[in-house]
Design a protein around this ligand. Structure first.
Ligand code: PSU
Ligand code: MN
Length: 307
């Protein structure tokens, strides 16, 4: 437990707890992707498959959510099913977490909130789809995801497929550099753009094995440098949608969000569901494939970290 006074708010699933106590490998998984990122029933099916992938790669999955104000580290089957269709579930980032706990609310954790909860439970590795970042039009909106600042302060390694191409990717990378977050391309020199394996951007650092990433994380800790590490793992080629093909859909989705006055927390869910519709489900299939791919790598990294 990383913060003594927080323990009374945590419900760590018995298997997760036993594995942590034994020094075994655990991978945290987020829940906003379930409640706000994918439609039912693919959301629940994917969450289950992702947990299976983590197990197949030698680690124990811990899907994180807030249920009636309790920080759940590892969900039961029944809880996962319920979350898949639950109404009035808050999308929780750092700013909303204490409110949800104090008011006994239900909430899904974003990358930022999942990192916080994982760290409180002593989990060092977390797999997601794509992190939030700097939004297009930031000059006017100042919309920068709290995920980026969380990466700068909370020591959890986040495995993603880059940042969603709906974002301003160059500014997202600049911001991460400013905030001192190591951004590592896994077996790639290019920063992946979620649905696409590459972008025009180079990734700042590159490593080619889970052991090398574990070594980086241990070294960072030993140097007393706080904050996390972002690992960018390109979607498998078989499931990729090339960037130029995605661009038309993305431009339309961003324009539609602007025209409808969608702001704040609603932006990312709006853009994702708009894209699922316009690509006739193709972007959803890619999203599912990349999350599973990230879960496998996260489990391998968690196993490396136990050695
Ligand atoms: N990755 C996905 N689908 C998602 C998200 C990530 O494949 O829905 C969620 C994550 O929870 C991330 C959030 O933290 O989108 C970013 O939201 P915002 O831009 O409002 O910070
Ligand atoms: Mn935002």
């Amino acid at each position: 437990m990383k913060h003594d006074t927080a323990s009374r708010f945590l419900d760590i699933a018995p298997e997760v707890q036993a594995t942590l106590v034994a020094g075994g490998a655990v991978v945290a998984l987020e829940s906003t992707i379930i409640t706000h990122g994918m439609p039912h029933p693919q959301n629940v099916a994917t969450a289950r498959e992702v947990e299976t992938v983590v197990r197949e790669n030698g680690a124990v999955p811990a899907t994180i959510a807030i249920i009636e104000g309790r920080l759940k580290i590892g969900l039961s089957d029944a809880e996962l099913d319920w979350l898949g269709t639950a109404k009035d579930v808050m999308k929780l980032s750092r700013a909303d977490l204490p409110y949800a706990v104090a008011s006994r609310r239900n909430g899904a954790t974003t990358v930022a909130a999942t990192m916080i909860c994982a760290h409180l439970a002593g989990i060092r590795v977390f797999a997601t789809g794509g992190i939030g970042g700097v939004h297009q039009g930031v000059e006017a909106t100042m919309d920068i995801s709290a995920d980026l600042d969380e990466l700068a302060r909370t020591p959890v390694a986040v495995i993603c497929a880059g940042a969603k191409a709906i974002l301003d990717l160059p500014r997202t990378l600049e911001y991460l550099e400013t905030r001192g977050v190591p951004v590592v391309g896994y077996r790639t020199d290019r920063f992946p753009a979620f649905w696409s394996r590459t972008s025009e951007l180079f990734v700042p650092l590159r490593l080619d094995s889970p052991d090398a990433m574990a070594d980086l994380i241990r070294t960072k800790e030993a140097l007393g440098l706080d904050g996390g590490v972002l690992v960018a793992n390109p979607v498998p080629s078989a499931h990729e949608i090339p960037a130029d093909e995605m661009k038309t859909f993305i431009d339309a989705a961003v324009a539609e969000a602007k025209a409808r006055g969608v702001v704040g927390k609603a932006v990312t869910p709006f853009l994702l569901s708009h894209l699922f519709e316009k690509t006739a489900g193709r972007s959803l299939a890619t999203n599912i494939a990349l999350v599973k791919n990230n879960a496998a790598l996260a489990a391998q990294l968690a196993v490396s970290l136990t050695r």
